[in-house]
Design a protein around this ligand. Structure first.
Ligand SMILES: Nc1nc2c(c(=O)[nH]1)N[C@H]1C(S)=C(S)[C@@H](COP(=O)(O)O)O[C@H]1N2
Ligand SMILES: [Mo]
Length: 417
């Protein structure tokens, strides 16, 4: 064995401390265990590089689709998101959850691959090396936090005292920043590891631990076997969850928190009327929809008035940010017809307000592009039946290309802005 990574640990014998002799043995034992681990292909640089690339791709897609979803829900002034294509958000958010889910087995495999490298001695070699080491802390902690809170959110599991959205969003930037630094630090090593067609095994610094052509120890998992197991892990978690949004695989979605076809009238329910505390108020016979704000003629409409207006139909998905989505057939009044009737200016936007007394999703903003779209409805029917109470009876918003959290249920007010 050659190379600095294979050097036994040096507990600085020229500075004897009272505990020096007692530390020497365990350090040497750790060094031996590390070298033994490093000799396995599942811990070598090429394995780490291949897993790193897979993780880099999945985290990048996950970050970009997550950023898009955040911008749609909290749009800064410069950001405008169109209503078309109608199913675009379904694809990007499906990708967000699928790539985040796939990253779980990849990250576990990567941590397994590199853990012996974290025991290298001496721990510090150069400024670049220190930077690279330090960047690993937010990278590993951030990645674990993102996947834990993200997977938890898909199951509506929040076992922590802080709010999910700001924590998940802020940590995303920290993690992606650390990832960029890490890729910069590892680019050349990765390139070298991938170029090498031989079976020599590289230690943490790229130094040869086992010479080219030397037979690898038998009885160890081969690189192909280890990567195959990681790939199988990705395949299993993907096939058993992606059906929550990819309808043909719906039956296989046994690990998905939601089946897209299981729910009231064939569509899942996120917040029930009971939880939203609208059961009593939504059923009142004196229900009225009001259209107010920047309008020439404010409207107050009963359910009978709404039914007398021209009705339109659209097939549009509900796409929950948590990853599930389901198509439904909707029937109701066009928002743009209501705005025109109230003599709102062309190009007006609106706030859609529900009867729900409190909650982050009790109202949503409708951009001009969505307000003007012919398929943006205040629906009274879903899948050929009167809207169920849990789906937003008596009136709910349904619009193309929009996160589920913004498809406000139990609507009783449009405030034109
Ligand atoms: N008023 C109100 N509307 C709401 C919600 C809510 O909590 N309150 N939840 C939203 C979320 S997160 C989703 S995914 C969709 C789900 O609609 P569904 O329950 O009819 O499937 O409703 C949205 N509309
Ligand atoms: Mo949702």
């Amino acid at each position: 064995m050659t190379g600095d990574s294979a050097r036994p640990p040096d507990p600085a014998p020229d500075r004897p401390t009272p505990r020096g002799t007692s530390l020497r043995r365990p350090l040497a034992a750790i060094g031996r265990a590390r070298d033994k681990a490093l000799a396995a292909p599942s811990h070598d640089t090429r394995t780490a590089a291949l897993l790193g690339i897979a993780l880099g791709v999945s985290f990048t897609v996950c970050f970009l689709t997550g950023l898009l979803s955040h911008l749609i829900q909290h749009p800064p002034g410069w950001f405008h998101y169109g209503a078309r294509p109608a199913g675009l958000y379904r694809v990007t958010q499906g990708l967000h959850v699928a790539t985040g889910t796939a990253a779980v087995p990849l990250l576990l495999a990567k941590l397994w691959t590199v853990y012996p490298h974290l025991l290298q001695w001496p721990p510090v070699r150069s400024v670049a090396h220190v930077l690279e080491r330090v960047s690993i802390v937010p990278l590993v902690a951030g990645a674990l936090f993102m996947l834990w809170t993200g997977v938890g959110d898909t199951a509506r599991w929040y076992p922590y005292p802080f709010a999910f959205v700001p924590a998940h969003y802020t940590t995303a930037w920290i993690t992606i920043g650390a990832l960029v630094v890490h890729i910069g630090a590892k680019a050349s090593l990765t390139r070298d590891a991938l170029r090498r067609a031989d079976k020599g095994v590289l230690g943490p610094s790229g130094a040869r631990v086992i010479a080219d052509g030397a037979p690898l120890r038998t009885g160890r998992l081969s690189r192909r076997g280890f990567l195959g197991a990681a790939g199988a892990g990705v395949g299993i978690v993907t096939v058993t969850t992606v059906g929550q949004t990819l309808r043909p695989l719906g039956r296989l979605a046994v690990l998905a928190p939601r089946r897209p076809d299981a729910g009231v009238d064939g569509v899942p329910v996120n917040e029930t009327a009971g939880k939203a505390r609208v059961t009593e108020i939504a059923g009142r016979p004196d229900y009225r929809l009001t259209v107010t704000g920047k309008v020439g003629a404010p409207l107050t409409l009963s359910l009978a008035d709404l039914r007398d207006l021209p009705q339109h139909q659209a097939t549009l998905p509900i796409t929950c940010v948590e990853g599930w989505s389901a198509n439904a057939h909707w029937r109701g009044v066009r928002v743009r017809d209501l705005l025109a009737r109230a003599r709102a200016k062309p190009g007006a936007a609106a706030t859609v307000i529900s009867m729900q007394p409190r909650g982050a999703y009790a109202k949503s903003e409708l951009e001009a592009s969505h307000a003007a779209d012919p398929d943006t409805l205040l629906a009274m029917e879903m899948n050929g039946r009167p809207l169920a109470l849990d789906h937003g009876f008596p009136l709910r918003l349904i619009a193309p290309n929009r996160p589920g959290v913004m498809q406000t249920k139990w609507v009783n007010r449009l405030e034109v802005t």
